[in-house]
Each structure stands twice: as C-alpha cells, then as structure tokens.
Design a protein around this ligand. Structure first.
Ligand code: ZN
Length: 520
C-alpha cells in the first residue's frame, strides 16, 4: 500500500517538473519566434522614398517609418560615380521622416536610396530616386478672383529665382501652355471670361538657364462666375413666362420667386432658357430672379442674381414703359421671321400692309393676327394719296380692308398713308385714325441693320411709334436684335391701338397721331 502510494507520489512529481520544463521551453521558443516575426513585420512592405528640391541647393528626402526601432541609412550616388555612399544613419523615429541633403550643386543629378538595416543585415531598401537639383518648385500657389473680372495668381517666393513662368490650362490635368514670364511672385490674368474655369502652374527660373528651372508647381484653380442673365417676364393665358439670354458656361439656371415675406425662394432648376409659372393670380405682381450656375470639378459656381424681374399678372402693365413697333409695305418674305422673334420675346407689333401684297403672304398675316399683333391699312397700291382723287383714296383703303377682313375676319382699325404724305383733304376723307411715327429708322434708305438698331436704341422713349419695313433683310436682322434688346431695356412691345389705350388716348377718325407719349 505504502510503496504504491510513494510511486504514485513520485510519478506525480516527475510529471509536474516535466510540464514546467516544457512550458519554459515553449515560452522561450515562442518569444524568439515573436521577436523574429516582429522584425519581419517591420521589414515588410515597400520603402517609398520621395525626393524633391525643397529650396535652392537643398534636397528634401521623405519616407515612412513604422517603428521607432527602425534604423535607416540614407545613401547617395553622384552622377558619374559607380557606388553609393552613406550620407547619414537615422534611428529612433516613427512616422514620416524628413531629411535634407544640403551638400548638393545646382544643375547636378543625384540618385538617392534609403536602406533599413539591423546591425549588418539589410532588411529592406527603397527604389532609387534620381533628381536634378534645380530651383525649388514654387509652392503655395493661390488664386483670387478680383471684381468678377480678373484672376490674381500668387505663390511663395523661391530662393534665388529671378523670374517665374506662368502656365495656364482650361483643364486641371493637361493642356498647360505658357502664359507669361514675370519677375514678381504674382500675376494678374485679365484675359478671362465669365463662366469659365482656369488652372495655373508656376515654374521658377534663374537667369533663363535651363538647368536651373524648377519643376512646375502644383495646380491652382479659379472658377469665374457666370454672367448675370437678363430676364424678360410676361403674362399671358393665366401664366407668367420668364425668358432670359443664354449665359456662357452656364450648365443650369436657378429661378427664385419672391414670397409674401419678401424673400426670394428657389422654385426651379432648369437647363432651358425659360420658365413658366402657372401659380399666379390675375392683377397681382410677382418678382423673380434668375441665377446662372456652372459646374466645375464637382463644385457649383453661382453667378450674380439677375436684376429682379417684376411681372404684373395682366397682359400689359400700364406703369411700365411701352412702345409700338410698326412695319410697313408688307407682308413680305421676312414677316414670318419677325413674328417668330416677337413671339419668343412676348412682344407684339403693328403691320401696315399693302393690299396687293396680302394674298402672297396670307399665312404670315393670319399668324400675326393670332398672336395679337395689329394689322393696319397702308392702302392697296401704295400711291401718294395727296395726288389721288377722293374716290381713289376711298378705293385704296376699302380694297385693302376687304382683303384683310377676308383673312382675319375684321377690318384694320388704324391706317398709315404711304410715305406719310397728307393734306387736309386726304385727312378729311380717311375714316380711320391716321398713324405716323416718332422714330424713323430710315431702314429702306440705308439698309444697314446695325444702323437701324442704333437709331432705335438711341432715340426710343416711352410711348414712341417706331417706323420700319418688313420687306428688307437688314430690317429683319435688325428686328432680331432690337426686339430682345428693347424688352431687356424694360419696354413692353405693344400694338399701336394698345399703346394709345394705355396712354389714355381715344383714337379719332381722320386725326393724325405721331406718338402716344404720356400726356402732361
Ligand atoms: Zn409705305
């Protein structure tokens, strides 16, 4: 019993000792493995060496260290040499390591590498990086847009640089071309357009020596705001329609409507050049603003808001300026184009037609009437009425009335005598209000569209009647410019009869009218 017990006891003791030994052995082995493994971890991955000229005769080397236990050798191989020499040995640093090599000459090439060592053993080494020591690359390149009209580019001065070359592109990543060379560390670019993006890079130079020129800087961008749209508003068929001019560079337009608290709230984003608001009540006034927006590099560049466009939900706002465009001697081959332009600009005009032309351009006349334009009587054969007999004058007018009535269902309300020639006898025979004009473009004489536009724009006043002829190409061309321009200048383009009505005139038969300016 005793023997057995002792044996059991000894066996137990042996087992415990053996287990302890094995345990210590395992700990030692594991520890060694962990140590080795730890070093292995440190030595894994690629050493990424970056080298750049950070200042004149100064190379900046940069790499990452993942442990304070790491030791690095910085090695350099000069051009022409066949071996690396150790410049320095560094240890005890973690994270991004920066190291300067001041012992370099401008215009020379140097090759660097960084080697991680453990005693004599090389754990890993970086790729070799070769660079030429030039002037330092300009840094802190900034842009500033001044008064929405020019871009100021500035950068940090580069030591020893005697001039800088400014490069520009319309794209961030390519297409840089030389813009200019300047001595100061800033440049103002006046050659810029609204709604466009510009990208700049700067190079530092030293007395134009090619070897000394720095690398191009990082890009700095500037986005010019798009221009301000000019908005025209009008009311028709229980809706307000806004139209505006196309803005260069604009990708989208924001429409703002003034609410009851007097604040402008965005009601729509559109790529179109018009907006229709059907949430309007008759005889109420509404205000709008339109902002052109361009997209550049994922950013939204908003332009200045347009002038506030006020629209009375009524066909004509008597408080606003208005003029009557009149076109004589048609209808003709250009009438349709003019009508289209009128329609696009929420404008109307009066056409003093010659009876003998009516059948050749029936559609134009019907369209004009449908749009709310006025058809006036300009006689049948365009004679000088002062040289006609009483009967002939009557016939000239009646025949034209008949032609007009046949097409549009009613007679002309007003008439205009050919050449504007009148005398007391003629006036007494004419049974309609006689409409002359206050702005004579003389378009039939000079046939110059630019001149027609400038005569109108330089002379126009509220209540004017403007004389033109829709049978000439240059008059059509002038109209396409004039109509939107007058609208933008705040004029409502109305018919002769509407102008008379809104300016408080009661038209009388046989009476001559030259304008419908406000009565004092
Ligand atoms: Zn005429």
């Amino acid at each position: 019993m005793e023997y057995n017990e002792r044996r059991d006891y000894m066996r137990e003791n042996i087992d415990v000792k053996q287990i302890k030994k094995i345990y210590i052995y395992i700990v030692l082995v594991m520890g060694s493995i962990m140590l080795l493994f730890g070093n292995r971890v440190n030595a894994e991955g690629i050493l990424q060496l970056q080298a750049m000229v950070s200042d004149y005769q100064n190379v900046l080397l940069q790499w990452e260290s993942d442990s304070v236990n790491n030791t690095f050798q910085i090695q350099r191989c000069d051009s022409g040499a066949d071996a690396y020499t150790i410049l320095a040995t560094l240890s005890g640093q973690e994270g991004s390591i920066k190291c300067h090599d001041y012992n370099v000459k401008i215009g020379q090439n140097y090759t660097y590498r960084v080697v991680q060592v453990l005693g004599e053993e090389v754990l890993r080494e970086s790729e070799a990086v070769t660079l030429r020591v030039t002037l330092a690359t300009p840094t802190k390149v900034k842009t500033k847009i001044i008064k929405d009209s020019r871009i100021q580019v500035s950068w940090k001065k580069v030591n020893r640089a005697t001039s800088y070359t400014v490069y520009r592109s319309n794209r961030s990543n390519k297409g840089y071309t030389k813009l200019t060379t300047v001595k100061k560390n800033s440049y103002t670019d006046y050659d810029v357009e609204k709604g466009k993006s510009y990208y700049y890079k700067i190079e530092a130079n030293y007395h134009k020596k090619k070897d000394y020129t720095s690398a191009k800087s990082e890009m700095a961008d500037a986005h010019m705001k798009p221009a301000m749209p000019e908005v025209i508003g009008s009311y028709a068929k229980k809706k307000i329609k806004l139209t505006w001019n196309k803005i260069k560079g604009a990708d989208v337009y924001y429409i703002y409507k003034k609410n009851s608290k007097g604040q402008y709230k965005k009601v729509k984003e559109t790529k179109k050049l018009h907006y229709i608001d059907s949430k309007v009540k008759k005889d109420k006034k509404y205000s709008y603003q339109v902002v052109a927006v361009c997209k550049a590099d994922g950013k939204l560049i908003k332009g200045k808001a347009s002038a506030s466009c006020e629209v009375l939900a009524a066909d004509i706002d008597p408080k606003k300026k208005m003029v009557a465009l009149t076109y004589d001697d048609g209808p003709g081959r250009y009438t349709e184009d003019i009508l289209k332009c009128l329609k696009n600009n929420q404008a109307k005009a009066t056409f003093y037609v010659i009876g003998c032309n009516v059948n050749s351009y029936k559609d134009a006349l019907i369209e004009a009437d449908k749009m709310g334009c006025e058809i006036g009587n300009h006689t049948y054969n365009h004679p000088d009425l002062t040289r006609q007999t009483d009967e002939s004058i009557k016939k000239e007018l009646d025949d034209t009335d008949a032609k007009i009535k046949k097409l549009i269902g009613h007679n002309a309300v007003t008439m205009r005598p050919p050449g504007g020639t009148l005398d007391d006898r003629v006036e007494s025979i004419i049974q309609k209000p006689i409409i002359l004009w206050s702005v004579d473009t003389r378009d039939w004489e000079h046939r110059d569209s630019g001149r027609t536009v400038s005569i109108v724009m330089n002379n126009v006043r509220d209540g004017d009647i403007i004389l033109m002829h829709d049978i000439y190409g240059p008059t059509r061309d002038a109209s396409l410019v004039l109509i939107p321009q007058l609208r933008r200048a705040g004029y409502q383009l109305v018919t002769v009869s509407e102008l008379a009505q809104y300016r408080g005139y009661t038209l009388e038969k046989g009476k001559v009218y030259r304008n419908f300016r406000k009565k004092r």
